[in-house]
Write a protein that binds this ligand. Structure first.
Ligand code: CAA
Length: 240
């Protein structure tokens, strides 16, 4: 029996690599996306993975989207909360909207997707929730009070929900990527990015596939004893 996995933000960047890796491992994958229709269509055509458009920051849309996936493919066993946005800027210049939007999507999305899927996982006695955090949620980052707070919140959310899920066979873990070769990181001004990468002991950006392999482990039967943990994949940028 193939498990059904939903990857939010699953048609681009790290999410794309996760969707493809899980499909290659035999999972039935559905990729959620929010905005880029052309990219989502190209992704679906290239991979055969169905795409579902909704905003993970919208609570009802998550309930409806997961119900649709359950009816099309099967009940959701695995959720990878990967969807995330940046609205970088120093606090002095950051608007309330830039604060709120990042919290709504990056952290609110995790809550919304868990609400949509946890009850079914509990009923079936098995589930995996993997939340994509960030090195910047662990260590902080100049110009990212919104993003760092949301990602740090994801780490707390993970540890709390792991305690609730354990007795139902649901594991909840976080994976904290460092700077990965994606459009999001490419948007960081080159001189700033160079300085950041210079401080990464392995001396390079990570690749999306390197994150996907970590997610695949956390989804697996082999990871049944792993819950409430954070897997940090950051080239040594931050160690603790
Ligand atoms: N520590 C202390 N001071 C710093 C600093 C730092 N790390 N970085 C910059 N400053 C100083 C600058 O030297 C400058 O000082 P002066 O005014 O005295 O010259 C001042 O702060 C303003 O800096 P900027 O010119 O950079 O300010 P800006 O308003 O033009 O830009 C910014 C601010 C948009 C936040 C820009 O610095 C930036 O893009 N930083 C990178 C943020 C980042 O890493 N985002 C990650 C996105 S990818 C991601 O988030 C994925 C993931 O999970 C890892």
């Amino acid at each position: 029996m193939s498990r059904v996995a939903v990857v939010t933000g699953g048609s681009r960047g790290i999410g794309e690599a996760i969707s493809v890796a899980l499909k290659d491992l035999g999972y039935k994958v559905a990729a959620n996306y929010a905005g880029n229709d052309d990219k989502a269509k190209a992704f679906a055509d290239a991979t055969g993975i169905p795409v579902y458009k909704w905003d993970v920051g919208d609570h009802q849309a998550c309930l409806d989207g997961c119900a649709q996936i359950a009816s099309d493919i099967g009940p959701v066993d695995i959720v990878v909360n990967n969807a995330g946005i940046t609205r970088d800027g120093i606090l002095l210049k950051m608007s309330f909207d830039d604060w709120n939007e990042v919290m709504r999507v990056n952290l609110g999305g995790c809550f919304n997707m868990a609400k949509a899927t946890f009850p079914g996982m509990k009923e079936r006695g098995w589930g995996r929730i993997i939340n994509i955090g960030s090195v910047n949620g662990q260590a902080g980052q100049y110009g990212q009070v919104n993003y760092a707070a949301a990602k740090s919140g994801i780490h707390g959310f993970t540890k709390a929900l792991a305690q609730e899920g354990a007795r139902f066979g649901i594991t909840v873990n976080a994976l904290a990527p460092g700077y990965i070769d994606t459009d999001m990181v490419a948007a960081v001004p080159p001189p700033v990015l160079e300085k950041i990468v210079a401080k990464v002991p392995v001396g390079r950006l990570g690749q999306p596939e390197e994150i996907a392999r970590g997610v695949a482990f956390l989804c697996s039967e082999d990871a049944g004893f792993v819950t409430g943990s954070t897997l940090s994949l950051n080239g040594g940028q931050h160690m603790y």
